[in-house]
Structures are given as structure tokens and as C-alpha cells.
Design a protein around this ligand. Structure first.
Ligand code: SAM
Length: 347
């Protein structure tokens, strides 16, 4: 098994059969070996510096009805909100004061966040904080819209493909959504020049090892600059509300495999991982992740961005969140990088 890990580290890929073997038959010793190998690769690229991004959840109004997601359109139990451009700018201001140099604007697919509103907002962010990067995570939009957002200054875009298996995609999403369209969006983002992020939920309902292997090979071919992967966690007002959560261990294994397959990729240790286990965030780093995203959203709105049960969002002020993160990272011998952390950059 360890030889398989060595080969993955050397060749940055493995045939499907061997990836399946790695996922199915990993004992705890080999798992520790895999994490050490991935961590070594991450350190060779990024040293002991972790990039931080300020996450601003700009609204939970969504026209989509993804079966796993707590802010899906047909969830009547969630109180909806949309941050005003002024509020978003004050979140950025607070983040800037705390040393953050990337802002991630994430939200549901809300038609009110049209190109005019977003390009004006991006223009203002660029004017006030020219050295900062903006990442968007606002779902599927027409290519013309992505282009307008890029021209207005956004440089990174996160859009998980969720699963590369068509039937599984169908199960997770409503009729009107399609895997083909999601892939078209991802290809458009890359074509435009965005640093593009994709990824999956680990342990989503009916996900199999074969699905995950296909996802790994798809990502290997697509070559995203960012890879977002976190465990599926049920939310009680969704159709998958009684499904079991994905496994933190498997998520960590996948972070390590992905690090070996994509040595320079920006891989966050996600909030969902931190939600499942107290040490989730630091364990993600020790498995090869190199990005964390403290929450900059106004504390009063955080509980409403309830994608899943018990989402880690203490309601703490952003400053407390960043301070806690600094201490957690120092505790494992890492520090927060002061740079904006673009793909291809080395601290
Ligand atoms: N609307 C944008 C989109 O679809 O990309 C951004 C917001 S969406 C809520 C962000 C991510 O949250 C999704 O890509 C999905 O993987 C994750 N997510 C949603 N529901 C989840 C759940 N129940 N457990 C874990 N992750 C979830």
C-alpha cells in the first residue's frame, strides 16, 4: 500500500483500479503515511504558510433546489437575507483591518445579484483595496456574465461540480439542472482566465467509491487551480435530512490524495470539515490543505446561511475568528501568510 502512495506522489495520478484500492483498503498506518506524504508536498510548495480568505456569505436567496442544500428554494423554514453592497463593503473593511487580502463572496443564485450590481461592487472593492483579490462563488451564470465579472476585477471562481456521474448528479439536483451545463460553466470560467475551483461533497447520498474515483480522474484532467472538498452534512429541512453525514476520515484521505495529484493547487480545509470534528480544520492542514476561510459575514446573519446542521459559525466577531485561527495554526507549527495567495505563487 505504501508503495502505491509513493507512486501517486511520483506520478501524480494512478489508474482507476489503484485509486479504488487506495480508497477501499487503507489501514490506519497507511493513512498516516499518506497524510505525511501529502503534507510534505504541500510544505515543498507553500512552506509553513497558510493562505486565509475572508468568507462573506452575501445572501441565502437561491433559485435552485439542490436536494442536499439548506438554502434550497423550497425550504420554507429558512429566514432569507441579502446583504446590501454597503454591508458587504464593511465586511471587506473589517477583513482588511484584520490582515485578509482575499475576499470570497459566496451566496445562493439570487437574480438580484445581477451583473450591474456585482460589477459596481467589484469596482468599489478594487478602488478601495487594489491589492486584494476577490473570489466569487455564486453558482451558474451565462458566460457573458462571468466575463463581465472578470473584467470588473474578480479573478477566482469556485463552482464545485459536486459529482461527475450523470445519474448521481440527477439524484442530487432538480430536473432543471444538468451536469453538462455545470461543466460548460467550469470550462467557460477557465477559458475567461479565472483561477477556477471545483470539487465535491464527500459522502453525499448514494455516492460510491467508483463515483469518487471518477471525480478524482475528472479533476486530474480538468486541472482546477482550487479544489473544494468537504463532507456532506444533512440539513433537516431538505429531502436528504435523515441521510448520514459523510466521513471526516475519508475527507482527509481525499485531501491528501488530491494534494498528491495537484501539488500546487489551493486546497481549503473547509468549514464542513471543521463542523464535523473539533480538530477538523487543523487535521485538514496536516492532510495537505493550505487554505482556510474564516467567516467575515455579519454575525447576525450567519445562522441563516444554514447549508447543513450545526454549521461552524459561532457568531463570533470576525476578529475573534481570525485570532482563534492564528492560535490553532500556531499550535501545529503553521502561520498565516500575509500574501493574497494566488495560484502559482510561492510564499
Ligand atoms: N450557489 C453557489 C454554488 O452552488 O456553487 C455557492 C453556494 S453553495 C451553498 C456552496 C457549496 O455548499 C456547494 O457547492 C455544496 O457543495 C456545499 N453544500 C451545500 N449543502 C451542503 C451540505 N448539506 N453539506 C455539505 N456541503 C454542502
Amino acid at each position: 500500500m505504501e508503495r502505491l502512495v509513493d507512486r501517486l506522489a511520483r506520478e501524480q495520478t494512478l489508474p482507476a483500479e489503484e485509486l479504488r484500492h487506495l480508497l477501499n483498503d487503507l489501514d490506519s498506518e497507511t493513512q498516516a503515511y499518506l497524510h505525511r506524504a501529502a503534507c510534505k508536498v504541500a510544505r515543498a510548495h507553500f512552506g509553513r504558510e497558510i493562505y486565509i480568505r475572508g468568507l462573506i456569505e452575501i445572501g441565502n436567496i437561491c433559485r435552485n433546489d439542490c436536494r442536499y442544500c439548506g438554502i434550497r428554494r423550497s425550504n420554507r423554514c429558512v429566514e432569507r437575507y441579502r446583504l446590501s453592497p454597503e454591508t458587504i463593503l464593511s465586511c471587506c473593511e473589517e477583513g482588511y483591518r484584520l490582515g485578509l487580502r482575499t475576499f470570497v463572496l459566496q451566496g445562493g443564485e439570487d437574480p438580484a445579484f445581477d451583473d450591474r450590481t456585482l460589477t459596481a461592487l467589484l469596482g468599489e472593492i478594487r478602488r478601495r483595496w487594489p491589492e486584494c483579490a476577490v473570489t466569487l462563488s455564486l453558482g451558474e451564470r451565462p458566460e457573458t456574465s462571468y466575463r463581465a465579472l472578470f473584467e470588473a476585477g474578480a479573478r477566482r471562481y469556485l463552482l464545485r461540480h459536486e459529482t461527475i456521474d450523470t445519474a448521481h448528479y440527477r439524484l442530487l439536483h432538480p430536473e432543471e439542472m444538468s451536469l453538462e451545463h455545470r461543466l460548460e460553466c467550469l470550462r467557460a470560467l477557465k477559458r475567461i482566465g479565472f483561477q477556477t475551483g471545483t470539487g465535491i461533497m464527500v459522502g453525499s447520498p448514494e455516492q460510491t467509491v467508483d463515483h469518487i474515483v471518477k471525480d478524482l480522474l475528472f479533476m486530474r484532467e480538468f486541472r482546477p487551480q482550487m479544489i473544494g472538498i468537504g463532507p456532506f452534512i444533512p440539513q433537516h429541512d431538505t429531502p436528504f435530512g435523515t441521510e448520514p453525514a459523510g466521513s471526516a476520515e475519508r475527507t482527509l484521505v481525499l485531501i491528501s490524495i488530491l494534494r498528491l495529484m495537484h501539488p500546487a493547487a489551493l486546497i481549503p480545509s473547509t468549514t464542513a470539515l471543521a463542523t464535523l470534528s473539533e480538530e477538523g480544520r487543523t487535521r485538514g492542514i496536516l492532510a495537505g490543505a493550505n487554505v482556510v476561510m474564516p467567516n467575515l459575514s455579519p454575525p447576525a446573519e450567519r445562522a441563516k446561511y444554514a447549508l447543513y446542521e450545526g454549521k461552524a459559525a459561532s457568531g463570533a466577531e470576525a476578529a475573534e475568528g481570525v485570532e482563534l485561527l492564528r492560535r490553532q495554526l500556531e499550535g501545529i507549527g503553521y502561520r498565516i501568510s500575509p500574501s493574497r495567495g494566488d495560484y502559482g505563487e510561492r510564499p
